[in-house]
Write a protein that binds this ligand. Structure first.
Ligand SMILES: [Zn+2]
Length: 362
């Protein structure tokens, strides 16, 4: 039936009619609230590029967790800012690691809250990469000079500067993020977090084989009932910028393109998810959310596992910045962005808006 028999505006006439035929509904129980835990006491330090988001000491994190829970948000995901970093990410898997401390405290004080633990090494590594870094053999200084012909003393100086500069660049390029050795640390971290009271282990490192390694380690430790939410398709993204300030996890050299995914590749994303499902993931995640809604939709179509999406720091920061300038309506855009992620197919949304959106929805 075409116009004039069909008039789609009939069902849009009143708020009640629109509400009756709405296809997608947001509820607070879809939300997971990310929190950044730091050492100290009474600390509540706002992240410069994420207004309203804080680095919290354990005592403050407990207060925040209580508020989150009271708003009907069922879960938080914890990230840690350790007081010390090293080359084996000790802070990630130590019994008294900062997330382990926070998990114990929140578990005790807010027992009903589902605790997710982000599992990665970058926040705990001095170099800021998500795995163990191995320098590969640099070429000699002579080779780096590239056979520069030197004649005058000035030329000699210039040539030397060139050699130093080239050697420096090569040193930065000559490293490898070692996959299999990193798995051991990720597995150790997961067991430590689960023992501290984390309910759901969420690996975000993008090493190959991490889900299998973590599952095996959890099972061997008797933690057979601890589920894994895998950041299965995590893209190398400029939208993570503000997070790196929040979690102090920017890589000191290079970038993460050798392990995180190329934003151009949706078929490869499906392979990544398939691999994690086969390795034993209980839930899967796409990250970031809004620039990758098509990936969320494709994953929903293809996989039957619970599907999560992470509305990342840059998505949040853009909305906040535009709203602060009066260029967009904050609440309206916040809710529309969350709705788009839900409509694309994610049933679980990790978002810095969890508290604010829950207030509106209650
Ligand atoms: Zn990482």
């Amino acid at each position: 039936m075409a116009f004039p028999v069909t008039r789609l505006r009939r069902l849009r006439r009143t708020a009640e009619l629109r509400n009756m035929v709405t296809e997608t509904r947001l509820t607070p129980d879809a939300f997971v609230y990310p929190m950044f835990v730091c050492p100290g006491e009474g600390i509540r330090k706002e992240v410069r590029s994420m207004p309203g988001v804080f680095n919290l000491s354990v005592d403050e994190a407990v207060k925040e967790a209580r508020e989150v829970h009271s708003l009907g948000v069922p879960s938080v995901i914890l990230f840690g800012l350790p007081d010390k970093k090293d080359d084996v990410a000790t802070g990630a898997w130590a019994d008294d690691g900062i997330v382990q401390q926070a998990a114990r405290a929140i578990r005790r004080e807010v027992p009903g809250l589902v605790l997710m633990g982000d599992v990665c090494l970058c926040e705990y590594m001095s170099h800021g990469h998500c795995g163990i870094v191995k320098p590969t053999l640099p070429r000699s200084l002579g080779a780096a000079a590239g056979g520069t012909i030197v004649s005058s003393p000035e030329d000699k100086e210039k040539a030397f500067d060139k050699v130093v500069e080239r050697a420096r660049r090569q040193a930065e390029q000559n490293y490898e993020i070692v996959n299999d050795a990193s798995l051991e640390l990720l597995a150790r971290t997961s067991v430590s977090l689960a023992k501290a009271g984390i309910d759901i282990i969420a690996p975000s490192d993008m090493m190959d084989g991490r889900v299998a390694a973590i599952r095996k380690a959890l099972d061997e430790a008797g933690l057979i009932n601890t589920p894994i939410l895998s950041y299965a398709a995590k893209f190398a993204s400029g939208f993570y910028g503000p997070f790196r300030e929040a979690a102090d996890s920017a890589p000191q050299f290079g970038d993460r393109r050798s392990y995180q995914m190329d934003g151009a590749n949706i078929r490869e994303a499906m392979r990544e998810i398939t691999a994690d499902v086969e390795e034993g993931a209980d839930m899967i995640m796409v990250k970031p959310a809004m620039p990758y809604l098509d990936v969320i939709a494709a994953a929903r179509e293809r996989f039957d596992l619970p599907l999560a999406a992470y509305q990342v720091s840059g998505e949040y920061a853009m909305i906040e910045a535009a709203a602060q300038n009066g260029w967009i309506e904050r609440e309206r855009v916040m809710m529309e962005s969350l709705l788009s992620i839900r409509r694309a197919g994610a049933s679980i949304i990790l978002t810095y808006y969890a508290k604010d959106a829950a207030k509106i929805l209650s």
